[in-house]
Design a protein around this ligand. Sequence first.
Ligand code: URA
Length: 231
Amino acid sequence: MTIRLDKYLASVTDYSRAEAKRLLKQKRVTVEGKVVTDPTAAVSEVALVAIDGENLRSVSNRYFMLHKPQGYISATKDRTHITVLELLEEDNIDQLHIAGRLDIDTTGLLLISDDGVWSHRVTSPRKDCKKTYWLETFDPISPEQIEKIEQGIKLDSEKKPTLPATLELLDDHTARLTISEGKYHQVKRMFAAIGNHVERLHRERIGAILLDQALSEGEYRALTVEEVASI
Ligand code: URA
């Protein structure tokens, strides 16, 4: 979604449209770091807009990161389990969705928003938004297993092999895996396909967004304008 720059400024600040036009004329407004003077310029609702070098936050959409605990399901509604959305103390929860689900027993970074276009950029394999997981396996991870995971594996009921990945071994049983896709149970299925088993899984990073170390399990915060714009 794009919006006229003067309208955008008037909607996210206390300035009127006329005042916003004056600011533009005075070359005080930047979009993605570049001075823009045209009030009719089309800007994305998630663009990084600044006045006098100070970034503005878009009010039109909401973006959160949650430190997901085990036992919660990544769904908006469920009859038997508690959903991650129940951890949010926000209005109009039904307008929010999850950008890239985690299994019930997986912990870590979950992005939640009401901006479908943005969430699509997070989840679409074509957008190459990388996800990094810390994981622990049942059996030691062998050099052959690392090679197979990194090259791509044909998973059951998938036509194409997984895209190239990077696997950094931390010790015999733990590793950091970075993948560009988010197929159903992807990480667990990748390890099952090479004869190993993922015992614990934790998402640390999505694109340039890192799970905030200040968030304990179950806690969440709004994304910064820089984090939103990084996707
Ligand atoms: N891959 C999995 O297998 N499970 C998750 O929760 C995330 C990625």
